[in-house]
Design a protein. Structure first.
Length: 335
């Protein structure tokens, strides 16, 4: 649970933190954004189109909605003369879809300069996807799986074109408020299985918990990818878009107090999306960092504790085992 420092940091970031769009020209670059048909991903895609990315791929679960998003981006940005926008299907609730998406990236793209792993869900009711509670499947397992299956193309691009490529995971400051005691698994099951018991799953706190797990895994993920990189780096970061208006919470009812606090402290989706764009264009010194308000910021007190470090290692090992079970080839991309 959050410390006093965590709470004051959250309030400070929301009340006084600002975000900005990098003043860069992305001509010649190819960038993928998952969950790009709505919310943060959609707004980030609009910014990238205005920055003249040559090839912009909106990776969406629903292709029809993706096509509608494409038309809206073309209308809002008038980017048709310099940006090719494509809709690629990927459903993070199905591992086969993520693997097929990764195979397409590796086989069809001549380069990949940036990948924003943005897609996520915040359901209010318990449901399974691939044998696990769906929030864990989508926000953790498949988020990292989608990042892993595009690593070869990011590495290839870096080496072939002599550039640094970028991989941005979308985290959240909400990880401060996750019930970390739920990660103290005492059964012989791994953490993901233990949290997927319909009788004990706490869905009210599941989204913050999924983000905490994503954050905990991040450091070991970066360490593993960095050890296998070549001369040019894949710059990896984890960004906090802040507390934003988003369709992510469309299935969760919000009380009066939450609505009032959001009115005072909340950000627009466009403001939050700037952090995604900053992450996928961030300079090398931000490699391996958690970014909030487009700056390197500390994560929660729990994240930096001995207990947090120990649980992070356990979660990383459990994730790798699951990736190997899902697809041995994909697991090999980490090494």
């Amino acid at each position: 649970m959050p410390t006093f420092t965590d709470i004051t940091r959250f309030l400070s970031c929301q009340a006084f933190g600002t975000t900005s769009v990098p003043q860069l020209n992305l001509a010649g670059k190819t960038i993928i954004v998952t969950g790009a048909n709505t919310g943060l991903g959609f707004e980030a895609a609009k910014h990238l189109a205005r920055m003249q990315a040559s090839r912009l791929i909106l990776a969406c679960r629903n292709v029809r909605k993706g096509e509608a998003a494409k038309l809206a981006i073309l209308k809002d940005t008038a980017c048709g003369n310099h940006t090719s926008i494509e809709i690629w299907e990927v459903d993070l609730a199905r591992y086969a879809s993520v693997l097929a998406f990764g195979k397409r990236v590796r086989s069809e793209l001549n380069r990949l300069d940036g990948f924003i792993a943005n897609a996520g869900i915040e359901p209010s009711e318990f449901s399974l996807a691939e044998g696990l509670e769906q929030t864990l499947t989508v926000n953790v397992i498949s988020t990292y799986l989608s990042a892993i299956v595009v690593l070869p193309k990011l590495k290839e691009t870096a080496e072939k074109y002599g550039v640094d490529t970028r991989l941005t995971l979308v985290g959240s400051l909400i990880h401060y408020f996750a019930p970390d005691d739920q990660l103290d698994v005492t059964t012989d099951r791994d953490t993901f299985s233990a949290l997927s018991d319909s009788k004990t799953a706490d869905m009210k706190s599941r989204y913050p918990l999924s983000k905490l797990i994503e954050h905990l895994i991040f450091t070991n993920f970066v360490r593993q990818v960095s050890t296998s990189a070549g001369t040019h780096r894949i710059i990896i970061n984890l960004v906090n878009p802040g507390w934003c208006a988003s369709e992510l919470t469309r299935y969760r009812s919000k009380g009066l107090v939450e609505r009032l606090i959001f009115f005072m402290l909340g950000r627009t989706t466009e403001q939050g999306a700037r952090t995604l764009v900053h992450g996928v264009t961030a300079p090398g010194q931000m490699d391996g960092q958690y970014l909030s308000e487009c700056q390197v910021k500390p994560q929660s007190a729990f994240m930096n504790s001995d207990r947090g470090t120990m649980i992070a290692r356990t979660l990383w090992d459990e994730l790798v085992r699951r990736i190997k079970q899902i697809d041995v080839e994909a697991a090999g991309f980490l090494y």
